[in-house]
Write a protein that binds this ligand. Structure first.
Ligand SMILES: Nc1ncnc2c1ncn2[C@@H]1O[C@H](COP(=O)(O)OP(=O)(O)OP(=O)(O)O)[C@@H](O)[C@H]1O
Length: 321
């Protein structure tokens, strides 16, 4: 990631309203060349709406998007041939073969003769579909269509790739192949923005993540930063002798304990005390008050962090992407 060069994408205070619905609500972020960024959010979070505006297929209600130094609203034509867009579902034509389909897009990009044929062959090879060259595209499986979509997106050798839920509905093998393609493209220096509502899908491919909810970015940063924030919140399993309800009541009456859940032999709770020293003091107090047998701390993983962020159990921090 090159932090010193100007960002490849700069989004400022972006809003998209549908009637009174804020599908995208005051979103700002930058993407640097070579970053692989995951856009994660629940259904309806605003991911597709945001990506469609980045792909110059929709216009913001307010705010600005600059891509490769050009304004996406004023000069979409300067941007379109330098970005690749892969929607979550794309229509395919009947009576068209894989090779003809790619050839059509290669022509649209102005590629001619040998260069065009070589480009089509190379992209079929890269995406693993040379054997499908003469197959009709409306007869392809979901995974095969997805590979074709990837090949189509790459025809113009775009610098920025925007993929909306590309791995949805793929079987495990196709997912692995897809991850490898993203890895290869990242190694070629492409900047890649991928959306999904499945965090584990993105976490293996992306260096950086943007979490969206209700049209807003609720958190962003590198995976490491996000994991650190996540693991700053510790869930503690506490085993005690006697009635667990006494433990639950004790925790409820203290500052800094959340998500208190009774268990058969104790309780679990999330401690948000701001230092290990404070936590240690608190646990000593607890041992003096009740017959405690065991504490087991459990650091949270990214998936749990995301759920915590969505449920408001982690405090908002400034976005870093
Ligand atoms: N053309 C439209 N007209 C009206 N409302 C829309 C339109 N497009 C999207 N929306 C609404 O905007 C909100 C954001 O939708 P969007 O498709 O961007 O979410 P998403 O995060 O991509 O969801 P999913 O993961 O389900 O694809 C939703 O409430 C959706 O119903």
């Amino acid at each position: 990631m090159n932090q010193t060069s100007p960002p490849i994408v700069e989004v400022r205070d972006l809003c998209r309203l549908f009637g009174t619905l804020h599908a995208v609500d005051t979103v700002s972020f930058t993407l640097q060349t070579g970053q692989v960024i995951g856009l994660i959010g629940a259904n309806g979070a605003g991911k597709t709406t945001l990506m469609r505006m980045l792909a110059t297929l929709d216009q913001p209600t307010t705010g600005s998007i600059s891509i490769l130094g050009a304004d996406a609203v004023l000069h979409p034509e300067l941007i379109r041939h330098r970005i690749g867009w892969m929607p979550d579902d794309f229509n395919v034509y009947s009576n068209t073969t894989v090779r003809d389909y790619l050839d059509f897009f290669a022509r649209a990009y102005g590629l001619k003769g040998h260069t065009r044929r070589e480009t089509v062959a190379r992209l079929m090879e890269f995406t693993g579909i040379p054997d499908l060259a003469d197959r009709f595209i409306d007869k392809l499986s979901k995974g095969q269509k997805q590979k074709l979509g990837l090949a189509r997106m790459l025809v113009g050798d775009p610098e920025l790739l925007i993929l909306d839920e590309p791995a949805a509905g793929l079987d495990p093998k196709a997912r692995l192949e897809f991850k490898q393609h993203i890895h290869d493209l990242a190694n070629q220096g492409k900047t890649i923005l991928i959306s999904s509502h499945i965090l584990s899908e993105l976490s293996e491919m992306c260096s950086d993540l943007i979490f969206m909810d209700n049209g807003k970015i609720i958190r962003s940063g590198t995976q490491e930063d996000l994991l650190q924030t996540a693991s700053a919140v510790t869930e503690i399993l506490i085993r005690c002798i006697g009635d667990p309800q006494l433990l639950v009541e004790w925790l409820k009456n203290r500052e800094g304990w959340n998500n208190i859940t009774p268990l058969p032999q104790g309780a679990s709770a999330v401690c948000s005390l701001d230092s290990d020293e404070a936590l240690s003091r608190e646990l000593r107090e607890l041992c003096l008050a009740l017959p405690i047998l065991e504490f087991t701390p459990r650091r949270r993983n990214l998936e749990e962090a995301f759920v915590s962020i969505l449920s408001g159990n982690l405090p908002p921090i400034p976005s870093q992407a």
